[in-house]
Design a protein around this ligand. Structure first.
Ligand code: ZN
Ligand code: ZN
Length: 275
């Protein structure tokens, strides 16, 4: 369930941020091998979000995102391929596939089914392109605990917090960390008897997240999360014995909405985090 595998990319980042002085000499060589392809990184981000809409059957959301997706897709050209790309031949091949898919998505008269299947083909090609280029594929683990970040809104629709939601594909268990305000805010602690509801409207299911225990409620990194009788960390199923098997699998995707008190994330596509 834990995620300890540091990629070369994050090792370098950690190295640079923690040990700047001691790393200086060694940093020249690894830095030279870091492949940066910002056009592809940007496309990956958008394509992954739209892939979520396709996997949860939200065609209108796909259509809304299509102009941004096409613009980002057309920006990934042969001229933007980084010089230090790992496998140039594979990159050429995958890039040709990508161009074909973007062309297909540009066609005016796509019915919903064709649109969805083209979108579903897109992220896997991007993933292979990222691999062939020798880049890390990290967008799936954007939060500080490698989960996904979702804004939390009050009843008036204003963002008042952020929920980091981490679904583990092996056991189907869920972890949620709440922070106040936007990304990087302070822990948003609720009384330890609080529960969060995660509803799956299409599956007609709801799960309840609660503290793992009432003593220190450690998260999977071992950090204590209870302070003065309040915590910002909630899990499912914890020790409840509730069935989490239907949440298992790397291919799991479903529309979900997290609710607690008067706050909600609104509907988003829930995916497992990437190991
Ligand atoms: Zn991706
Ligand atoms: Zn995991």
């Amino acid at each position: 369930m834990k995620f300890f595998g540091l990629s070369a990319w994050s090792s370098i980042a950690v190295c640079l941020s923690l040990f700047t002085s001691s790393c200086k000499q060694a940093s020249e060589e690894p830095l030279a091998t870091v492949v940066e392809w910002p056009e592809l990184t940007n496309l990956d981000k958008i394509a992954y979000r739209v892939d979520g809409f396709a996997r949860t059957g939200d065609t209108s959301a796909i259509r809304e995102s299509l102009p941004a997706l096409l613009e980002a897709g057309r920006a990934v050209t042969a001229a933007t391929v980084p010089d230090n790309t790992a496998q140039p031949k594979q990159v050429d091949t995958m890039l040709a596939d990508l161009v074909n898919l973007i062309d297909g998505l540009s066609s005016e008269e796509l019915d919903s089914e064709s649109l969805s299947s083209l979108v579903l083909g897109l992220h896997p090609v991007i993933e292979k392109l990222i691999e062939a280029a020798g880049m890390p594929h990290l967008h799936g683990n954007e939060g500080p605990h490698d989960g996904f970040l979702h804004p939390v809104f009050n009843a008036a629709g204003e963002q008042i917090g952020t929920a980091e939601i981490k679904l583990h594909d092996d056991a189907g268990d869920l972890e949620v960390w709440l922070t106040r305000g936007g990304h990087g805010g302070e822990p948003w602690r609720l009384p330890i008897d609080s529960t969060l509801n995660l509803a799956f409207p299409d599956l007609e299911k709801t799960v309840t997240l609660a503290v793992r225990d009432r003593v220190d409620n450690k998260d999977e990194s071992g950090a204590t999360t209870i302070f003065e009788g309040a915590t910002s960390y909630f899990v499912f199923p914890g020790e409840t014995g509730a069935d989490a098997t239907w949440l298992q699998g790397a291919e799991f995707a479903a529309k979900a909405e997290l609710r607690f008190q008067d706050a909600t994330t609104g509907t988003f596509a829930l995916y497992p985090h990437v190991h």
